[in-house]
Design a protein around this ligand. Sequence first.
Ligand code: C2G
Length: 131
Amino acid sequence: MRIITFGTFDVFHAGHVNILERAKLHGSHLIVGVSSDELNMSKKQRYPIYSQEDRLHIIRSLRCVDEVFIEESLELKAEYIKYYNADILVMGDDWAGKFDHLSNICQVIYLPRTPSVSTTEIIEIVKTKRY
Ligand code: C2G
C-alpha cells in the first residue's frame, strides 16, 4: 500500500515524527507533501521558521519516509494523490472531515494528534524565554 500525507513540519518535533511513523504502519511506501513557504504564508499569514529546503531535507532523512515533494497548493490534493498513485491519505485529526471528498479516489484516515506539542507553542516558549 502507498500512503500519502501532507504538512508543513516547521520546527520539527515529536508530534511530527509520531504521525509519520504511524502513517507508515498503514502501508509500505510513505510519500510526504511538504507545504511550500508560499503556501504557508497564504495559510497562516507567516513564513515558516525553517525554509522549505530545510524542511524537505529533514523529512527526507527520516527512516519511515520513502519519498518527498513540495506541496504548492491545498487545492491540488486529488492531483497529488493520483500522480503518486497513493492508496491511502493520512492526516492528523485537526483536519478531520476536511478531506472526506477524496474518499472516491483513495482511503482517507485521520490519526489523533500527539497532545501537548505544537510548533506554535514552541515558538512562543522560545520567544518569551529569558536567559
Ligand atoms: N501533528 C500531530 N501532532 C501534533 C502536531 C502535529 O499529529 N502535536 C500532525 C498534524 O496533524 C499534521 C502533521 O503533524 O498531520 C503536520 O502538522 P503541520 O506541520 O501543523 O501541518 P499543517 O500546517 O496542518 O499542514 O495540506 C495540509 C497541510 O499541508 C497540513
